[in-house]
Design a protein around this ligand. Sequence first.
Ligand code: ZN
Ligand code: ZN
Length: 329
Amino acid sequence: MQIVKGSERIVGLGASDPGAGKVIWAPKKSIWITFMTATGLSLAPSTFSWSALALFLFLTGVTLCAGHSVGMHRRLIHNSFSCPLWLEYVLVYLGVLVGMAGPFGMMRQHDLRDWAQRQKVCHDYLCHRREIFLDYFWQVHCDIELDQPPGFVLEDRLQRDKVYRWMERTWMLQQAPLALALYFMGGWSYVIWGVALRVCVSVTGHWLVGHFAHHEYRETNDAMSWRVENASVQGRDVKIAGFISMGESWHNNHHAFPGSAKIGLFPGQPDPGWWFISLLERMGLAWNIKTPANMAPRKEVVRLPDNGRGWKICQLRKLIWRRTFGRAQ
Ligand SMILES: [Zn+2]
Ligand SMILES: [Zn+2]
């Protein structure tokens, strides 16, 4: 098997196999997300207030945009722009507050997936190839154990960084100070909406976008502007999630240009993460910003004939209906 290098941190590729392995239940993250989901969904209706809803929207937006998309993904994982270290800490901390994993855990998951998806063979788990309900259980409640995994080596500066090591050890606990502050601001209503429901919606939404952005549904063939040659799975654009995913769901572009700070590349592809990086640049807080315009071309990336339309809402509704009830609407 021809093994392609996928990330700076994935090493020791000689005997590695991205196709063989088993999916195992991950008790810690499973219990964590089950608790957040059960608490959030069961108590949100009885604790609803307009201010709790506004708080939910504000905290979800800030942690997903500045935290997950810009801090964790575009800065820490892909190094797509430079910024002062104090700002990197703030952004990554906001990403930790999303409640998905610590910074190193996020990097490991992301890089392994990225690497596997570029090989000719890829385990169903790493390619989101299974049915929607099984894929949910796998991604949100389980981990993959490859028989012959590649190595993962963090950059020296990160490995030695005490702040990131602390965030990694305590990522679940980081909801506690926020919950306490919210309790004093607005009681249990703010804690339920600002922590439990927000973590449930963010983690579930992240998985949902990942599922539709990789699964080979018939409808998704439209949602491509680029093809990465010899990759076992292509990224697809999930148009209806473009804005709420902070630009992350223009995933076909991301597979073509993983190191780009800008993910929404075409007109009509809103990219709030990119807007935020542009704002930081205007404030003198971001520089060395990479986009396809200043990056070296990749020979394995092929531009497809005029497309980039993404999915329409009616397509997605029909698809979910069919997957759920097993027949056309
Ligand atoms: Zn992907
Ligand atoms: Zn990425």
